[in-house]
Design a protein around this ligand. Structure first.
Ligand SMILES: Nc1ncnc2c1ncn2[C@@H]1O[C@H](COP(=O)(O)OP(=O)(O)OP(=O)(O)O)[C@@H](O)[C@H]1O
Ligand SMILES: [Mg+2]
Length: 506
């Protein structure tokens, strides 16, 4: 006899203004099974998870919980019936501490009073984090944590709630190799304890190594559900995209010219010190290293977003002091930050306004933004990057995670800058859109632009970069040319511990 699924969806439909996000999807999730959900940006993965998690209500169809038809009223109801969700946008409360977040809703009280027992809370938090190998101070505020640590706290909270179904929407996008390994151990333990897991990711090697079953969604419809043992990457890409992707990186022959940017001994204690490298016209310079090595801090400081303690920056041979991001933009630079929600995007503004924002000054006509330009630039990037949006006036907050990321990148390509600093630019972007973005980057470099790209995905760095600067613990540990750049060489330079290598793909 077949088991009863923990959750069964039958013909689920959900529409938003201008899009049918889910168009009659039926699928089942079982105990002790790791079921991955893959598909292009905007395919409907997060929408489906939000319906199961009580964030959205379906328009049509049935939901069965342990075999019985039920409404999932809201988030609390979902938690009460054993569904625990790690959403794509982090849901921790920044102004509370780690332990307050871990115990949110289940705070230990002092006797029968309403007073919270901080001591017990502290103990409980340590008990939750310890087996997961997390060394985070429970008294620290979430807002002061690095993205990766926030993500681990979120994961710890979700798995500590004794759920029967744990759902993870792109949980690894900001984790280092060691944390990814920890997470995989956690997932395997959940499976052993007969918990069901739904796992969403764009990293297909992760999906293949973890899953029992894989379901592919495309444009709100279920394309297929397959046993992971019968799947391979080529076939998954084909199901997601509807075709094979050839020439993934779109690397082009080009001329690399004179030095446009040079940093000499730049230092910002305690994050990085004595960092020196240069960037040439038409070059794509990769910055590699482990998460936390200081890569983000280095490019933020070059961009003027953080202050330098010492060191020099030269633009086209001239010494400059970039004291703010505004000055950097005026000097022709652009930055795609790591944390798009916090820094890269105006969520309450339209796609249009987001794309044209850095160009406001340069694209003026009689003191106003040139709307004809805005119109065509925005249309051009919607088309080039396949941004799934009902219109140019749709608010950024209603786009899927990956499509928001595409806008953050598009606005700098539209802004006519000469130097782009890209921090994990393809994080959360599907294979097809990645390939399009690589093509844009290569076109940009071919036409004389220069790019510094921080990326944790080794194949991406190897496929795209003309040279690679490797950072280890805030210092340059080596610079590799295309000829001698291999995953092994990068990892040796990047790690203090040998063989700490993250599984990466495409
Ligand atoms: N709150 C909302 N308001 C309007 N449209 C929405 C909303 N949430 C999602 N959508 C739309 O529904 C579609 C599916 O989005 P969803 O977030 O489910 O995609 P996804 O598969 O998770 O993509 P990604 O890989 O980018 O995270 C998209 O076209 C998106 O723009
Ligand atoms: Mg999503």
């Amino acid at each position: 006899m077949k088991n009863t699924p923990i959750i069964e969806l039958r013909g689920i439909k959900k529409a938003f203004p201008g899009v049918q996000a889910l168009d009659g999807v039926s699928m089942s999730f079982f105990s002790g099974e790791i079921h991955s959900l893959i598909g292009e940006n905007g395919a409907g993965k997060s929408t489906m998870i939000k319906i199961i998690g009580g964030v959205y209500h379906r328009d049509n169809g049935q939901i069965l919980v342990n075999g019985e038809e039920q409404e999932i009223e809201d988030v609390t109801h979902a938690q009460n019936i054993g569904i625990s969700v790690i959403h794509q946008e982090l849901s921790l409360i920044p102004d509370l501490t780690v332990m307050e977040n871990l115990c949110l809703g289940i705070e230990p009280r002092r006797g029968k009073t309403a007073l919270i027992n901080k001591q017990t809370m502290l103990k409980r938090s340590l008990e939750i984090m310890e087996p997961l190998g997390l060394k985070i101070n429970p008294r620290e505020f979430i807002r002061d944590l690095k993205t990766a640590d926030r993500q681990m706290v979120e994961i710890a909270r979700a798995v500590s709630r004794n759920a029967s179904l744990v759902i993870m929407d792109e949980p690894t996008s900001s984790l280092s190799s060691r944390e990814v390994a920890t997470l995989f151990e956690i997932i395997k333990k959940l499976k052993k304890n007969n918990v069901g897991v739904i796992y969403v990711s764009h990293i297909l090697s992760e999906v293949l190594s973890l899953s029992d079953k894989i379901t592919v969604l495309r444009d709100g419809s279920l394309i297929r559900t397959i046993d992971a043992s019968e799947a391979d990457e080529t076939m998954l890409v084909k199901s997601m995209v509807g075709r094979e992707i050839k020439d993934y990186f779109n690397k082009k022959e080009k001329k690399i010219g004179e030095i446009v940017l040079e940093v000499k001994n730049i230092t910002r204690e305690p994050r990085f010190s004595n960092v020196s490298f240069d960037l040439r016209k038409g070059e794509i310079l990769g910055i590699s290293g482990l998460v936390g090595a200081g890569r983000t801090e280095i490019i933020r400081a070059i961009f003027g977003a953080d202050k330098l303690d010492s060191g020099e920056v030269f633009l086209n041979g001239e010494k400059v002091e970039i004291r703010s991001s505004r000055e950097a933009i005026e000097l022709g630079m652009g930055l795609v930050p790591e944390d798009r929600k916090l820094e890269g995007l105006m969520l309450e503004a339209s796609v249009n306004n987001n794309v044209s924002l850095p160009s406001l000054k340069i694209r003026q006509k009689h003191g106003f933004l040139d709307h004809k330009w805005e119109f065509s630039a925005c249309n051009e990037f919607i088309k080039k990057l396949k941004i799934a949006t009902p219109s140019r006036s749709t608010l950024a907050k209603s786009l899927s995670g990956g499509n928001q990321q595409k806008i953050v990148v598009a606005k700098w390509f539209a802004a006519n800058s000469n130097i782009l600093l890209l921090d994990e630019p393809t994080r959360g972007i599907d294979v097809n859109a990645k390939s399009e973005m690589y093509a844009l980057m290569n076109d940009y470099a071919k036409s004389g632009g220069s790019i510094i790209m921080v990326s944790s995905e080794l194949p991406e760095i190897l496929g795209m970069a003309d040279r690679i600067v490797v950072i280890r613990q805030g210092q340059v540990s080596g610079v590799l040319d295309r000829e001698n750049a291999t995953e092994e060489n990068i990892m040796t330079l990047a790690s203090t511990i040998k063989n700490e290598k993250r599984e990466v793909t495409l």
